[in-house]
Every structure is written in structure tokens, then in C-alpha cells.
Design a protein around this ligand. Structure first.
Ligand code: CA2
Length: 148
């Protein structure tokens, strides 16, 4: 069976590549999506790639992934540091979850250092830039045993 992976992106990630390139680089989210689609094709993954600036929408999509995905990759962005709603939804998923950050949050300022959503993740990837998304796809294949 085809492995189904959902990638969710949180608030302001639609601005990637347009500002603060010293932290987030020059690659846009559309370019990241295109490279994920290409890698997913090679790996035989059916990919859903989405972004929202709204916490409740992200909660809805995590709940939807209970039925539609075998693993979840999520960059919760600013919600990483305050969203109990995302934690609850992630804990209810019952599937492998990889939390992903483009930057190395551990080397950031106090405000961006302590992800609380990672407590509900199976694994965390950070600091690899846009390549983190590819690494996360490969890790999702590993975590799911390569297919259903
Ligand atoms: O490094 C990451 O992927 C982050 O999740 C990105 C979040 C930040 O709050 C986290 O600490 C780490 C911010 C995403 C906003 O991205 C922007 C990109 C360009 C211009 C403005 C914001």
C-alpha cells in the first residue's frame, strides 16, 4: 500500500524566503513543497502538504490525519511555544509525528527555544534548513516501517 504522509506548516511559514533570510534562508515554502513532492514520488509516498496561520485549522487537519495519514510531519512555528490545543490533537493522533523546525530552535533566543509541542512528537528535527523537510520524509518512512 502507498504510504500516506501529511506535512503541516504553522503561522507565518508562508513568508519563508521573503524575510529574515539570515535565520530561515532564501527558500520559499512553495519551493520546499515542490522538493517534498519530488522526494515523495521517489519514495512512493502520497503527500499532503499544507500551511495555515490559524491554530484551529491546524487542529482540524491533525484530527483529519487520524483517517488520512500514516504519519504526520509538523512545523508548528510559533504555536510550538504555547499551543496546548496542538499538543492534545497530536497526542490523540496515534501515529508517528515528526516535529520539524527550519532553524535550530535550541540556539535561538529565549522566546523561540522551548517547544512544548515536542512533548507530543515521536521525533524532532531542527536546524537543517529546508533539507529538514526531506530528512523528515525519510524519517517518516523509517518510523512507519516503510509502508502499511
Ligand atoms: O525554524 C522554524 O521552522 C520555526 O518553526 C519558524 C517559526 C519560529 O517561530 C520558530 O521558532 C522556528 C517562525 C516562522 C515564521 O517564518 C518567517 C519567515 C520569514 C519572515 C517572517 C517569518
Amino acid at each position: 500500500m502507498t504510504l500516506r504522509i501529511t506535512i503541516l506548516n504553522g503561522p507565518n511559514l508562508n513568508l519563508l524566503g521573503t524575510r529574515e533570510p539570515h535565520i530561515y534562508g532564501h527558500t520559499t515554502l512553495a519551493e520546499i513543497e515542490a522538493s517534498c513532492e519530488e522526494r515523495a514520488r521517489d519514495l512512493g509516498i502520497a503527500l499532503s502538504f499544507r500551511q495555515s496561520n490559524h491554530e484551529g485549522v491546524l487542529v482540524d487537519w491533525i484530527q483529519e490525519a487520524r483517517e488520512t495519514a500514516d504519519a504526520l510531519i509538523i512545523n508548528p512555528a510559533a504555536y510550538s511555544f504555547r499551543s496546548v490545543a496542538l499538543i492534545d490533537a497530536m497526542k490523540a493522533l496515534g501515529k508517528p509525528i515528526i516535529e520539524l523546525h527550519v532553524s535550530n530552535i535550541h540556539a535561538r533566543d529565549e522566546l523561540h527555544r522551548h517547544s512544548i509541542t515536542s512533548t507530543a512528537a515521536t521525533a524532532v528535527i531542527c536546524g537543517l534548513g529546508p533539507y529538514g523537510y526531506i530528512a523528515a520524509l525519510e524519517a517518516a518512512v523509517y518510523l512507519t516501517g516503510g509502508g502499511r
